[in-house]
Design a protein around this ligand. Structure first.
Ligand SMILES: [Fe+2]
Length: 275
């Protein structure tokens, strides 16, 4: 029996109160449902689910959909808010097991730290001083391998429109993490695309959305035609990590062609609403 920790990771489901609600031509609830069905059918021993924010698209009445779908999986669900979430309403909607919003959790040889990077009313992110202090204490209190999870990207994506919407105090966060050698990986959402880089031996990994994707390396906002997705993680006891993105082709919930959605989204207004 392997002592690795296996996780399913979803991000940015952007649910609406209306079950038929659409984000850029995709019915987000239907798309999430389809992704979860695929993920659970190919679960491969996953023992928990991670969701890195934007659970709803500015509509707190979407939280009950998330609670119903994820609450029925029979797995713990670890969540952090995104810029389209209301953190207080998110916590109220997911008040207890199987859900955990924020904090940290120890599984096997690993500690997962769930970091809030949201500024109320803003698209960009910032890890507040109180949250940095909690992170410092949580890192100091354990010698387990650490995965830090947050919504906003703490590293440039080589994307002119998206980079200013990342973490505005990334240097402060990364400086703190640099002082703790047990940090192995940083996982984030927000970017609606697959991304990986490495910094000082730490893997920094972005996960696509369960609905609409954004075009990588883009000067201006544009929707990518790639399908909904989720990520699998295997966190090994020796601190190494295996991970892969699973693109769920033929996902339900697409009411218009991806090219039409992309054309409609390529405007300045869309860019300010992105991520
Ligand atoms: Fe998002």
């Amino acid at each position: 029996m392997s002592d690795a920790v296996r996780l399913l990771h979803i991000s940015d489901p952007h649910l609406f109160a209306d079950p038929q609600g659409e984000l850029r031509g995709v019915r987000t609830l239907e798309s999430l449902q389809h992704v979860l069905e695929h993920a659970m059918a190919h679960r491969r021993g996953a023992e928990a689910v991670l969701c890195t924010g934007d659970i709803v698209n500015d509509q707190p009445d979407g939280y009950p959909h998330f609670a119903r779908l994820l609450g029925g999986l029979g797995l713990p669900v670890y969540c952090i808010p995104g810029n389209h979430d209301d953190a207080a309403q998110l916590r109220a909607a997911l008040p207890g097991a199987p859900f955990q919003v924020g904090g940290h959790v120890d599984i096997g040889r690993w500690r997962l730290i769930l970091l809030d990077s949201c500024i109320p009313g803003a698209t960009r992110g910032h890890v507040a001083a109180t949250e940095l202090q909690r992170l410092r204490e949580t890192l100091a209190g354990s010698d387990r391998h650490v995965m830090v999870c947050l919504h906003h990207h703490p590293v440039g994506m080589a994307s002119h429109w998206l980079d200013p919407l990342g973490l505005d105090n990334a240097e402060e966060l990364l400086g703190l993490l640099d002082a703790h050698r047990q940090v192995r990986v940083i996982g984030f959402g927000h970017v609606h695309q697959c991304f990986e880089t490495r910094r000082q031996g730490v893997r920094m990994i972005g996960t696509p959305s369960t609905c609409v994707q954004f075009l990588p390396l883009a000067e201006r906002f544009a929707v990518d035609r790639r399908p909904p997705a989720y990520r699998r993680w295997t966190l090994h006891a020796d601190g190494t990590v295996d991970t892969e993105v699973v693109w769920v082709d033929g996902a339900a919930g697409q009411s218009v062609s991806r090219s039409a959605a992309g054309a409609a989204a390529a405007s300045g207004a869309a860019a300010t609403q992105g991520a």
